[in-house]
Design a protein around this ligand. Sequence first.
Ligand code: LLP
Length: 429
Amino acid sequence: MVTGTSLSAVFPLGSRVNERGRLEVGGCDTIEMAREFGTPAYVVAEDDLRTRARAFVQAGRDTGHSDFHVVFASKAFPCTAVLALFASEGLWCDAASGGELHLALEAGFHPERIVLHGNAKSEAELRMALRHRVGAIVVDNFDEIDRLARLVAEGELADRSDGQPVLVRVTPDVSGETHEKISTGQADSKFGFAIERAGEAIARLRAVEGLSLRGLHAHIGSQLLGLEPFRREAAEFAKLGDFPVWDLGGGLGVQYTEGQPSPPSIEEYVSTIVESAHANGMGPETRLLIEPGRALCANAGVTLYTVESVKQNVSRWVAVDGGMSDNMRPMLYGAPYEAHVADRLGGATQCVLAGKHCESGDVILREALLADPRPGDVIVTPATGAYGYAMANNYNGVPRAPVVFCRDGDARVVVRRERHEDLTARDVS
Ligand code: LLP
């Protein structure tokens, strides 16, 4: 891995400022990458993804719990190259739609290692899951039980011998401190069965021949920076009975800016989950699953932009060539980021870093401190490896940005930039 001037934990592992004073990611000079691949671009350090995947797997091994699996929440970065990398590291995959299931299969995950989620699964999505016999369908509501029972009766099962494994999603009324839009475990959630109805769901699923009820699932929220909610989740879970499989969801938070407190480490998080499970009767013979999304990929990625204009109104407005089409998070959640000029990191010029979209809310960072930014400068926003590409869109007809993997000084495009022709490719004349 690259050595040199080390940067804060917000940047991909191995990033440094090189001899030319430029940010280097995965051994590649970001200014050169901006020139070669254009901007905006999602730049991902491959070694970072692998290191974090290995850290999760190793942390599981260190607990001594043999049937422990790390299920990547593919919604965080639903890109084939990322999924294939995690598949090669032995992770499992959480898919929340037929589209994500398709991506997971194409990327090479064995169906047994795929968990299908969704609070509004369509019949077509359920059929697809049954035909591939995914590792588990996480059942969210009574209508889905009826639909599954009908599909199984109609003969949609891939394997009749021991049935399609299912888990029951419960909402354990544990909420962690996070933005309300990404909090999911509270009693009145759109996800899963209220805890009082879980018994009925379990009984109804057990009565369906062809389905095999294996256990429970919960996901209490995202970007959680404390471990206590995970302990409470395990305690609530355990009240529902004994099962061979427990899926405790994802949610471990990450550091988006240098000033933000560090989240618990992967090791602390995994050991807390496993210890809490054991303390609540989920013994060593059970299967434990966790579903990290952003903790596996957020800090592995940076976004590169080019400054198009700098103007002084009341504030100093620095406008770049991307924005809410490549990163919705500041607009949706008020999510904080930091930004730097890629060849002058740090800086003291107070600016508003704005996107190029026709909307005042298209601001990436209200209070950016940049080193005298000028048109043509490359701007980098670290910690954009999760839910940026995932929620990208074509607002204002802006083509979606490419994904570039870098490793040991080599950079390669794994998803090409959209072209203007892609914007009309689905038109039917
Ligand atoms: N498992 C389930 C069932 C989930 O619903 C989620 C996230 C995860 C795992 C992964 O959560 P993570 O470890 O990444 O926090 N667009 C939002 C995030 C929405 C997350 C929804 N579910 C954002 O940009 O923050």
